[in-house]
Design a protein around this ligand. Structure first.
Ligand SMILES: [Fe+2]
Length: 506
């Protein structure tokens, strides 16, 4: 497609900080040779007649004045058949980000888009509209990504995703990391953990300067949800493990959500209001797939069984965990999802959310009592049960659950108790974030024989290939995360047959 070649080369980092351009970067109206499009382009939220187009004029140095940007979307790569065009006034209040809903498009076809400002033209992005609601698509190819800690590896997994023929990418969270952690860093954030809007903007600008991430965005539309690291590690709703000051944390959350909005290909209607922002949504792909994307951070109950304990939310059981009032999604989102599942018409329903849904005993080797990670679904077992019941209520449907967060590939058949299999779960590893040790993975596998596959030593992504009669999951892994030019290979594939839930090796 030539898309990758048109993107700017890896920017030079000066002193480990954000050096997207010199501070006095081009004002878009001044006709200098420097481009304001250093953060790339993106598209997202595809519907049969429209798609969201995104860019942000170079981070920092744009000044306070608004800047006019024109956009165009075409049916061909050379822009000879323009489908729609328009202009957008990028303001300092939104960090000169551009969010456009390009409408009047035709369903189920590729489009190419670009932006112009101050005599400069952006890289070209390729996108794709969703099929018409009444269409009968033969397949949907979906990439699943999560957990891209910038310091722990190059974004090679994103580069390889860009080269897959994907209709859509679902990013299920940890797109940025607010914190430095892990070993063997290949590069540095160079700044402290962000807490203010400007600091979060700078962190996004750093990540967005990566050419492999830009290539993955330019290759196809994305749907995006956050997990915790877009704000603060292991936060729950209005509570942070780092502070007792709820008001301070909500101000931080508001800054983080606003910066997330400014950098994601989501519609202008999604803009946050203070610390609140609705990001969960659903998409229909003809009669083949109903896709639900969930937010399991913003509305969740606080960690169970945590009273008087610190550390990483790994606790033995207690009565609080089983309280039916506990919720991972919040009452409103649960009701929306229950209603959406009941209305779904697709042969497959795909629920993309943040973390492993299957129950996992995380006790150390030799322990006599199970240990649960209260930050995951195991901290919300009754809410999980309600979700599985809502899926089971739609007879004849085929349910697939996708997740990330655990930095391991995992496969599980989801049942309610000892009942029949209700859904099949595939969890991606991480783009770069380091996984658990092989010894830890061995212990997890020994304690949890119901997990059909578990692998934590490889970084990469998952390709979900949905067809009317079957759904395949391919686990794609880069060879060496520390090598910027690394190759990739397919580690394993699983299949689910329509009408027969549960994964089998393929
Ligand atoms: Fe993560």
């Amino acid at each position: 497609m030539g898309l990758v070649r048109q993107l700017p080369r890896r920017v030079v980092l000066i002193g480990g900080g954000v050096a997207l351009a010199a501070p006095a970067i081009v004002r878009a109206q001044s006709h200098t040779s420097a481009t304001p499009f250093t953060l790339g382009v993106a598209s997202g939220c595809p519907r049969p007649d429209r798609v969201v187009l995104w860019t942000r004029l170079a981070g920092g140095g744009m000044g306070e004045a608004p800047v006019d940007v024109t956009w165009e979307i075409a049916e061909d790569e050379r822009f000879s058949r323009i489908a729609a065009r328009g202009s957008f006034r990028a303001t300092a209040a939104e960090a000169h980000s551009v969010h456009v809903e390009a409408g009047g498009l035709r369903p189920a076809r590729p489009y190419w888009y670009r932006f112009h400002s101050g005599g400069q033209t952006s890289p070209v992005g390729r996108t794709r509209t969703a099929p018409a609601d009444t269409a009968k698509p033969e397949r949907l190819r979906l990439g699943v990504a999560s957990c891209a800690q910038y310091e722990q590896g190059w974004f090679s997994a994103y580069r390889h995703m860009a080269n897959e023929p994907l209709d859509l990418v679902a990013h299920v969270g940890d797109y940025i990391y607010e914190m430095s952690w892990g070993q063997r860093h290949v590069r540095k954030h160079g700044t402290a953990n962000p807490t203010t809007l400007q600091e979060y903007r700078d962190r996004y600008a750093l990540y967005k300067s990566d050419p492999d991430l830009q290539a993955a965005h330019a290759a196809c539309p994305w749907v995006v949800a956050w997990d915790d690291h877009e704000v603060d590690n292991d936060y729950t709703n209005d509570r942070s493990p780092l502070t007792q000051d709820r008001d301070f944390f909500l101000r931080r959350r508001a800054a983080a959500y606003r910066a997330w909005y400014e950098h994601m290909p989501v519609p202008p209607s999604m803009a946050p209001s203070g610390p609140a922002m609705r990001i969960y949504d659903s998409w229909r792909f003809g009669d083949l797939v109903d896709l639900f994307l969930l937010d399991d951070r913003q509305y969740r109950s606080h960690h169970a069984c945590a009273e008087g304990k610190g550390g990483r939310a790994l606790f033995t059981d207690c009565a609080e965990r089983l309280d039916p009032k506990r919720t991972m999604l919040g009452a409103e989102q649960e009701a929306w999802l229950r209603d959406g599942l009941a209305r779904a018409r697709g042969r497959w329903t795909v629920i993309a959310q943040q973390t492993l849904m299957a129950e996992v005993d995380r006790a150390a080797a030799g322990a006599t009592e199970p240990v649960y990670w209260m930050d995951g679904w195991d901290g919300y077992p009754v809410g999980r049960q309600r979700l599985l019941d809502a899926m089971a209520a739609r007879r004849g449907a085929n349910h697939v659950v996708l997740g990330g967060d655990v930095h391991m590939y995992a496969v599980a058949d989801l049942r309610a108790g000892s009942g029949p299999v209700i859904a099949t779960e595939f969890v991606g590893t991480s783009i770069t974030s380091q996984g658990p040790s092989s010894e830890r993975v061995r212990t997890l596998a020994a304690h949890n024989p119901h997990l059909k596959y578990l692998r934590g030593d490889k970084r990469g992504y998952v390709v979900i290939d949905v067809m009317p009669s079957s759904c395949h999951a391919h686990f794609e892994a880069v060879d060496v995360a520390a090598d910027p030019q690394t190759g990739k290979r397919r580690l394993a594939s699983f299949a689910v047959a329509a009408g027969r839930p549960g994964a089998v090796p393929a």
